[in-house]
Write a protein that binds this ligand. Structure first.
Ligand SMILES: NC(=O)c1ccc[n+]([C@@H]2O[C@H](COP(=O)([O-])OP(=O)(O)OC[C@H]3O[C@@H](n4cnc5c(N)ncnc54)[C@H](O)[C@@H]3O)[C@@H](O)[C@H]2O)c1
Ligand SMILES: [Zn+2]
Ligand SMILES: [Zn+2]
Length: 438
């Protein structure tokens, strides 16, 4: 699939953009550690050239915290098109400003910052509304235009479908339009509290707000990875009367019950999810939010269709959501998808008047300051609840395997580099992946 998609993209050519993914290397030729993609389930630690200022608005960030996301697993499984061998992955990172371009006025070397997973220009019609993930000027993928009619912004470390920018599972990252895409972090906020402003926190918050969770709602959350765990908490903050988390990983179900006090539904115990929800939430859910993944379909029908490439994606969760919400209920899709799915229950969607909302790649810039100022600093939302492990960047390739197989109760991980601060009080200490991923 990758070869064909890359060939097609080559044939289409690239769209002109306001920034380029290629970066200059440091003049002394020095190298950094980074995690690169080489094929499905084949990611490796490599030595890559340290980036230098390439365009006048660039900032080079020395990484002090990075992580792995469920979205990286789509790349790991080769589900996203136009990956190329040697692509540096990672889209959630924070660090210290190392070098700044001549047009950067509001950031200084030494300053602590967190990066948004998307690279926004700051000026287009979408950026003016802080819809940074939809920026029109940073992604050169004509293939995405061809497939979706429009393009997302460029993303860090997320294939050439989103611009081919080297990512943040590395010791240094070049951040185009640095003033736009980096948020300064105040001294009284720890690295563990800041890192997830890159993605997970704005993404989960966006899912809840954009799907319109309100006072008294009964909310179903499909998938209890880091996104689902945060969605459950934001839903409660926004007034949900009940939150029901749905998954199959025993540790994740227990984590949600014990740490966030929500109800859970184990899909291995209740294979007919719709029936079970009708029993425990008679009348239906007000809101359903998809925080799942599509690598491992539940039914043989989808397993076969996916293997035969008759569909790229799977609509099992969506059909369950549409069936489980009340008439005129709301369904939000924050989980990431790539292409097409078969067997989508469009009849139930239409007849029940279901509001089916693609939440998009979350516009981080719209929410990150609000989350920092109104929730993290006043202590109303503590993002560190979801950090289960801390590992060195040398273990990144092993972490892909462990996170993919949900080993050792893993939820969100803080990945340190040689530039990291010591763990903040109460946060996990450094361990090696082989110590807990048996
Ligand atoms: N839209 C965005 O901006 C954005 C940003 C970050 C992540 N995401 C997406 O959000 C999703 C969740 O991310 P994560 O980091 O929590 O991922 P994750 O892979 O850690 O968690 C996904 C969870 O979904 C569960 N699951 C899979 N199939 C299921 C099913 N049929 N029913 C119930 N549960 C099921 C899995 O067991 C797993 O626990 C991913 O698809 C990711 O790509 C989207
Ligand atoms: Zn992510
Ligand atoms: Zn823009």
């Amino acid at each position: 699939m990758q070869a064909a998609a890359n060939k097609f993209q080559e044939h289409l050519g690239t769209v002109p953009t306001a920034t380029t993914p290629e970066y200059k290397h440091r003049e002394d030729g020095s190298k950094m550690k980074a995690l690169a993609w080489f094929g499905p389930k084949d990611v490796r630690m490599v030595e890559a050239p340290i980036p230098d200022i390439t365009e006048p608005e660039d900032v080079i960030v020395k990484v002090t915290g990075t992580t792995i996301c469920g979205s990286d697993l789509h790349l790991y499984h080769g589900e996203i098109m136009t990956l190329q061998k040697g692509d540096i992955l990672g889209h959630e990172f924070m660090g210290v400003v190392d070098r700044i371009g001549p047009n950067v006025k509001n950031l200084k070397p030494g300053q602590r910052v967190v990066a948004s997973f998307q690279i926004a220009c700051g000026q287009c019609e979408y950026c003016k509304q802080k819809l940074s993930s939809f920026c029109d000027r940073t992604n050169n993928s004509s293939l995405m235009n061809y497939m979706y009619g429009h393009r997302d912004a460029g993303f860090f470390g997320y294939s050439h479908l989103t611009g081919g920018f080297p990512g943040g599972q590395a010791e240094f990252v070049r951040v185009p339009f640095g003033e736009v895409n980096l948020l300064p972090i105040p001294d009284n906020v720890t690295d563990e509290q800041s890192l997830y402003l890159s993605d997970v926190l704005p993404t989960s918050y966006h899912a809840v707000v954009d799907t319109g969770v309100k006072e008294g709602d009964v909310v179903g959350v499909w998938g209890l990875g880091p996104i689902g765990q945060c969605v459950a908490r934001w839903a409660k903050i926004k007034g949900a009367s009940r939150v029901i988390g749905i998954d199959k990983v025993p540790e994740r179900l227990a984590f949600a019950r014990e740490k966030s006090g929500i109800e859970t539904l184990d899909i291995t115990e209740h294979t007919d999810v719709v029936k079970r929800l009708q029993e425990i939430a008679p009348g239906g859910l007000d809101v359903a939010i998809d925080c799942g993944s599509f690598h491992d379909p539940k039914t043989m029908l989808h397993k076969i269709q996916k293997t035969l490439m008759l569909e790229t994606d799977v609509s099992e969760i969506h059909n369950e959501m549409i069936m489980s919400v009340k008439k005129m209920g709301r369904c939000g899709i924050i989980a990431a998808y790539a292409g097409y799915t078969n067997g989508f229950n469009i009849g139930a969607l239409m007849e029940k008047g279901v509001r089916f909302i693609g939440n998009g790649q979350a516009p981080v810039h719209k929410w990150w300051k609000e989350i920092l100022d109104e929730y993290i600093i006043p202590g109303k939302f503590d993002p560190t609840f979801m950090i289960t492990h801390r590992v060195p960047i040398d273990d990144m390739a092993k972490l892909y395997v462990a996170f993919d197989q949900r080993k050792g109760g893993v939820e969100k991980v803080f990945v340190e580099t040689k530039f990291s601060n010591p763990p903040a009080p109460g946060c996990p200490k450094t361990t090696r992946v082989e110590e807990w991923a048996q």
